[in-house]
Design a protein around this ligand. Structure first.
Ligand SMILES: [Zn+2]
Length: 436
């Protein structure tokens, strides 16, 4: 079955950090053939290829590849907006007590459903999700994620010290419960498993060793954790692992730095760590709104790219300020502006960079090479945007001098009230998720 969507279409089939002109814009149509992109071009061209396909839309909507959120916490939605705390206090005072509430499975089910709806409502079609510490709550999350139609990679969060006592589990339990969930859910529909130690502060060597053993036993599973987020965290890691020359080595020692590994934050990173991350082909989730909200610092994007480290975007709810990858794009832009020019300074970003970071870069970081742009043959994951009538965004877009300027306005002003629908693998999801 083929349908044709008329819209103003934007995508980045090439990497704008390497090539000029990587942004492609078309005022025309996109054909969806079953679960894939069939064609992209003017309405006349697309209709010539698919003369019998129904045409949807009036051409006024903005059509982007579905957003890819490479770092977000399912149990933390209600923590968004907890002000006045830096990382370790924010965890202890607000976040870990909230995560402990997921021991109540009825509450966990509510939180999981709300979280998945929030992703879709913000145009996110794929996410790498930090899960719960409690196996039943993580099982419920997988169950609802599989039913949602979204592409979710997630895992049970592991830790055995310096957490809320109810969240801690010894290394053997961490291994056994992760393996049970992995066997039940990995590669079931669009769900995949990620081995997920919380961070080295809360993980003894035994837990990190268990995580490494899981990855060796299940080499196509994913891996996620936190790295180099805040100075106090880095000092704590140095004290807890006196043998490690830096934070990254606490993961390297246990075989956790691989091309299927994604590290969140990495704000305060040494050149040597960047060299080793690049050699391992690991990826970094840049979470700008979280880094600014928690006061962790400004992300050295230029140094990452100069070293050849892969970078994508994450919302990091609930340290982040919401689920919108459009807003994360804006915050990334602002962070680089604030770093200023000159050596070690910021990397000036434009709308093409922001779109790439929010879509194709995330797909590649998650090993999902067949999504993230509209090259014919790719998975048809997309988000349809229409600004609310009479609002600031509509007014700005009406005066926009160019397609690129319109995309800049969308990153700056479009939020969840502009998202009309998301499609994953060619299927519209809002009705399934109770959003329309
Ligand atoms: Zn996080």
């Amino acid at each position: 079955m083929t349908i044709v969507l008329r819209a103003r279409i934007f995508h980045t089939p090439r990497d704008p950090f390497r090539e000029a002109g990587a942004l492609e814009t078309v005022e025309g149509a996109l054909a969806l053939t079953d679960d894939r992109v069939g064609a992209l071009g003017s309405l006349t061209e697309v209709q010539r290829q698919y003369p019998d396909a129904p045409v949807l839309g009036d051409g006024e909507d903005y059509l982007l590849p579905g957003f890819v959120d490479t770092h977000v916490h399912y149990p933390q939605m209600s923590v968004v907006g907890a002000m006045g705390l830096t990382l370790l206090d924010w965890l202890r005072e607000r976040t870990l007590p909230e995560e402990a509430r997921l021991a109540d499975t009825a509450y966990a089910r509510e939180v999981a459903a709300r979280f998945l709806r929030a992703l879709a409502r913000n145009g996110t079609t794929t996410a790498l999700v930090f899960g719960a510490h409690q196996p039943p709550a993580q099982g419920i999350f997988f169950e609802l994620a599989a039913a949602s139609g979204l592409r979710i990679t997630s895992g049970l969060v592991l830790g055995d010290r310096l957490l809320h006592p109810a969240l801690e589990a010894d290394p053997e339990t961490c291994y056994r419960e992760s393996e049970t969930l992995l066997r039940a859910w990995h590669k079931r529909g669009r769900v995949r498993y990620a081995v997920t130690p919380r961070f080295s502060v809360s993980c003894s060597e035994g837990v990190l060793e268990a995580a490494g053993a899981l990855l060796r036993s299940y080499p196509d599973a994913f891996f996620q954790t936190h790295l180099n987020e805040a100075p106090a965290e880095i000092s704590a890691v140095a004290e807890l692992f006196p043998w490690a020359r830096d934070y990254l080595e606490t993961y390297e020692r246990f075989g956790l730095v691989t091309e299927r590994s994604l590290f969140a934050h990495n704000v305060h990173v040494t050149g040597d760590e960047l060299t080793r991350l690049a050699a391992a082909r690991s990826a970094v989730a840049h979470c700008p709104s979280s880094n600014m909200f928690i006061g962790s610092g400004l992300f050295p994007l230029r140094r990452h790219l100069d070293h050849g480290v892969r970078v994508a975007l994450g919302s990091d709810v609930g340290g982040g300020t919401g689920f919108s990858l459009l807003k994360e794009g804006l915050m990334a832009y602002q962070g680089q502006m604030l770093l200023g020019s000159g050596p070690g300074g910021g990397l000036p970003l434009g709308p093409a960079h922001l779109l790439y970071l929010a879509t194709r870069a995330g797909a590649l970081a998650l090993g999902l090479d067949d999504l993230g742009d509209f090259t014919p043959g790719r998975q048809a994951d997309l988000v349809l945007l229409r600004p609310p009538e009479g609002g600031t965004l509509a007014e700005v877009l009406a005066q926009s001098p160019s397609a690129e300027a319109s995309l800049g306005a969308l990153f700056t002003l479009a939020r969840e009230d502009s998202v009309r629908e998301v499609f994953v693998a060619g299927e519209p999801l809002f009705t399934r998720l109770g959003l329309s």
